[in-house]
Write a protein that binds this ligand. Structure first.
Ligand code: PHE
Length: 443
């Protein structure tokens, strides 16, 4: 009876765009171009793509299968398969909660910059502008809360009317904007230098570290392992081909990451600036470039719309993950759960907003609250949940049951079932475990 009331995606495109929206985020726009450039360009890209389409895709497939088979939120899904492993769902929820807290701080910055680019423009003094903004606790907190409210409103409207609709509007627009920015960037003088930085293979830079960086980035970028795809997969219809659907996620994620690189790096090199990653690139370097570019204001506005769409479709997936838990396990009506969650996340993420101002000197294990949340979630919990998810699929749920689900109870072919099973049982957990040890500094 209850299963019938569960919402579903209205179409395959709805799921694909929502899942791609979850995957495409800040990871693609401000981390990827830089990591690629620093780690050997095209050579890194080859490793990254191999990681993404082997281990990454493998986990994505298994994760969606758990969701579709159980038709439950992340906690309910683990519990339904084996009660002794419900704690894995809790771990996933904690990871997602930490990610959304620091992610929404940046989401707030994006809102501020979007508003500024539309109203006054950021101007040539971009560094000063950024420094003035980030030291204001009121501004950073208010913008962050606005970002969380925007997420809550969309998620509160439901799977089809909220998440799916927003993804169907934002993702195609994001793609078009990215293409426009690519064309602009690639037609600047000296753009070739940036393209070289990104694509020219430098095999001498490849090392074990590169492989580990590639897998870490692939995992974060796919939003894999912590249950967002369990929740999204649980809204898939029983007739959907999981295999055909899942492949779009790494495809779109990589395509957009590469386009983001091509939209950003040629412009950076063309203006003789230093390529860097993260906040500096987005909030200082790029505004300086826009300031000096013909029709720069127009491109500046487009860029921050792009960033906003990328960030909010990711935060929507995290919010939905927790909301599905509240509404299914604690039987809260959707809207009430959205409101409560909005308050809780706003409050819990305030220390992240304050990490650049009143709490700048407050350190947890030598890190600001923001960095601590980022590190714990991205470097520890995401790979940890990933390893445990593979082990769970391989040895608790058993790959034959997963394959049964992926093939719609044996009705669809899955020629690589054997390869997939071996990857999920042996290769993926081992490799992700090494990444985990590496990212916490044990290796
Ligand atoms: N994949 C998103 C990005 O690339 C981040 C994310 C992580 C989203 C975990 C959801 C869950 O920015």
């Amino acid at each position: 009876m209850k299963e019938k009331q569960r919402e579903q995606w209205s179409s395959r495109a709805g799921f694909v765009l929502a899942a791609a929206g979850s995957a495409v985020g800040l990871g693609n726009l401000w981390k990827f171009p830089y990591i690629v450039g620093k780690n050997g360009g095209g050579a890194f890209m080859i490793i990254y793509v191999i990681m993404l389409f082997s281990i990454g895709l493998c986990v994505v497939l298994g994760e969606i299968a758990i969701g579709r088979a159980t038709q439950k939120n992340v906690f309910g899904a683990y519990r339904k398969i084996d009660k002794r492993f419900s704690w894995l769902g809790v771990l996933g929820l904690i990871a997602v909660f930490l990610v959304i807290c620091f992610y929404s701080t940046i989401g707030g910055w994006v809102i501020k910059y979007l508003a500024a680019s539309i109203t006054t423009g950021i101007g040539a003094e971009a560094k000063q502008y950024f420094d003035t903004f980030k030291v204001s606790p009121v501004q950073t907190a208010v913008c962050q809360i606005l970002f969380i409210i925007a997420t809550a409103v969309i998620v509160g409207m439901g799977v089809q009317k909220g998440i799916e609709k927003a993804s169907k509007i934002m993702m195609p627009m994001l793609f078009v904007i990215l293409i426009i920015l690519c064309i602009r960037s690639l037609t600047l003088s000296n753009a070739g230098e940036g393209v070289k930085f990104l694509l020219k293979p430098d095999f001498s830079k490849l090392s074990v570290n590169t492989v580990i960086a590639a897998l870490g980035q692939a995992f974060f970028s796919l939003s894999a392992g912590i249950g967002t795809l369990i929740t999204y997969g649980s809204y898939l219809s029983r007739d959907e081909h999981i295999k055909k659907t899942a492949i779009y996620i790494p495809l779109l994620d990589t395509a957009i990451a590469i386009l983001a690189g091509l939209a950003i790096m040629p412009a950076v090199f063309s203006f003789g600036l230093e390529p860097n990653a993260g906040p500096e690139l987005t909030f200082i370097t790029l505004p300086i470039i826009f300031e000096h570019m013909m029709f720069g204001r127009f491109f500046e506005i487009l860029f921050f719309i792009l960033l906003f769409f990328a960030a909010i479709t990711s935060s929507i997936s995290m919010f939905e993950n927790i909301l599905a838990f509240l509404s299914e396990e604690l039987h809260m009506p959707r809207v009430r759960a959205a409101v409560i969650l909005c308050f809780v996340i706003s409050a819990a993420s305030l220390p992240c907003a304050f990490s650049t101002n009143i709490l700048a000197d407050f350190k947890l294990f030598g890190k600001t609250v923001f960095d601590f949340f980022d590190f714990t979630a991205s470097n520890v919990l995401m790979p940890l949940c990933g390893v445990l998810m593979c082990i769970f699929i391989g040895y608790v749920w058993k790959t034959k049951n997963a394959v049964y689900e992926i093939t719609n109870h044996g009705r669809l072919p899955f020629r690589l079932a054997g390869v997939w099973s071996a990857l999920i049982r042996y290769v993926a957990p081992a490799v992700i475990f090494i990444v985990l040890l590496f990212s916490i500094g044990v290796i």
